[in-house]
Design a protein around this ligand. Structure first.
Ligand code: NAD
Length: 423
């Protein structure tokens, strides 16, 4: 199933498979269930025709992969990027299944994407692309079937277009068909910050275990989008010292720490490049930021940033994965041998899907919660999941990543045994 064009280590699908296999083996998962859970249950490829602003017709390739709906409707983001591949969608869809199971919310996993460069498309082109993609998928989607959310290159506006297109097809407003919507359209208070907040809660738990004080604890973050910038802001406000920041154009390291509010004003207010931030710091590549002196490194951009090639340069004591799949399977061993405490992606960045679940619940209830209520419930879910993963790791003598997979696979397998196979 994996593409032969991509080097093996960098194929995210093979990375996802390797972790699944190791955890399933340790768990003693029966052969039939192993094969059932290894593959997605559905996948679709779409060729999406769009009239461009210059009058030309362009055809974009898009995907939606539904990995599992065993524990509930499938949940997963939509990614717009030139690098989207079917293998990537398969990996991300299966990670959603495991992530929802780790935090014990009643969803399965899915993922979708379109091969495009959203930065080069006009708002009108993006809207038409999103609406046509949604219309083509209309029968697959739904609050009880498959519920998209934003991912790299998509956001609240994209979700508003998905929701409106779906609503036009079913003939009624259906806010619960997507999450990560604007609050004016049934979005949840606290959703925008949720993944970054979940990352911070994971870091709080990890430093408590390692006896590192929060105040002055040095943090390097790669990625300054939804996850990275909000994790940086919340952690800065909580007393962490953010010494490294990076986006696609490069990184900045400042051992004195950044004033994150000033960086956000610079990048989001003034729309200036992060690496030109005038507050000082040494310039480097985006990837190098993860390998600087610090207590916590947070990859919060894309996959395959910590690999067999560079893992030995890792200096942090804690690796908290805001992004999906930032560490390759081969790098895991090196990181583990260094004694790094890893909070794996399917736990560390699960705050987003957890508040997406709260959004879906609120939409279906038609009753909305205060932001403090959302944050308190998120804290409960993340703390419980963290404690369960660490307990599982200790009990089964495995690292946190394999423990998280084992916990998740066990939950999905138990649900599957109870449901039985319909045929
Ligand atoms: P985003 O598009 O808001 O931000 C992405 C950031 O990464 C930007 O700062 C961008 O400049 C940087 N980036 C992009 N390509 C890069 C590259 N090649 N090298 C270095 N930096 C690069 O995306 P996001 O929503 O913050 O998602 C980031 C990661 O977190 C993804 O792996 C995503 O799947 C994962 N994630 C996001 C959420 C969420 O709620 N948004 C939830 C769970 C996981």
């Amino acid at each position: 199933m994996a593409s032969s064009l991509i080097p093996q280590e960098l194929n995210v699908y093979q990375n996802a498979e390797a972790r699944f296999e190791a955890a399933a083996k340790k768990l003693g998962l029966e052969d039939g269930l192993y094969r059932y859970l290894k593959y997605p249950s559905k996948e679709i490829t779409l060729y999406i025709p769009i009239g461009m602003d210059d009058g030309k017709l362009e055809v974009f390739t898009g995907y939606r992969v539904l990995h599992s709906a065993v524990r509930g409707p499938a949940k997963g983001g939509i990614r717009y990027s030139p690098d989207v591949t079917l293998d990537e969608m398969r990996a991300l869809a299966s990670w959603m299944t495991w992530k929802c199971a780790v935090v014990n919310i009643p969803f399965g996993g899915a993922k979708g994407g379109i091969i495009c460069d959203p930065g080069k498309l006009t708002p009108g082109e993006l809207e038409r692309l999103t609406r046509r993609y949604t219309a083509e998928l209309f029968q697959w989607l739904g609050p009880e079937r498959d519920i998209p959310a934003p991912d790299v290159g998509t956001g609240e506006q994209t979700m508003a277009w998905v929701m409106d297109t779906y609503a036009m097809h079913v003939g009624q407003a259906t806010t619960a068909v997507v999450t990560g919507k604007p609050t004016e359209l049934g979005g949840s208070a606290g959703r925008r910050e949720a993944t970054g907040r979940g990352v911070m809660i994971s870091c709080d738990k990890a430093i408590a275990r390692l006896g590192i004080p929060r105040s002055g604890c040095r943090v390097a973050i790669q990625g300054f989008g939804n996850v990275g910038s909000l994790a940086a802001q919340l952690m800065h406000e909580a007393g962490y010292k953010i010494v490294g920041l990076a986006d696609i154009h490069g990184g900045l390291y400042n051992e004195n720490g950044f004033d994150i509010h000033a960086v956000i004003d610079w990048t989001y207010g003034l729309r200036k490049p992060l690496i030109e931030f005038p507050g000082g710091g040494e310039r480097m590549s985006s990837q190098e930021i993860l390998f600087q002196p610090c207590e916590i490194a947070i990859p919060a951009a894309i996959e395959n940033q910590i690999t067999e090639r560079n893992a030995h340069e890792f200096q942090a004591r804690i690796l908290c994965e805001g992004a999906n799949g930032p560490t390759t399977w081969q790098a895991d061993t090196i990181i583990e041998q260094k004694g790094v405490f890893t909070v794996p992606d399917i736990l560390a960045n699960a705050g987003g899907v957890t508040v997406s679940y709260f959004e879906w619940v609120q939409d279906r209830q038609g009753f909305f919660w205060r932001e403090s209520e959302v944050n308190d419930r998120l804290q409960d879910v993340m703390v419980n999941a963290f404690d369960e993963v660490v307990r599982y790791a200790e009990l089964h003598h495995v690292n946190n990543r394999i423990a998280a997979y084992m916990l998740a696979i066990d939950r999905v397998a138990r649900a599957l045994r109870l449901r039985g196979i319909y045929a």
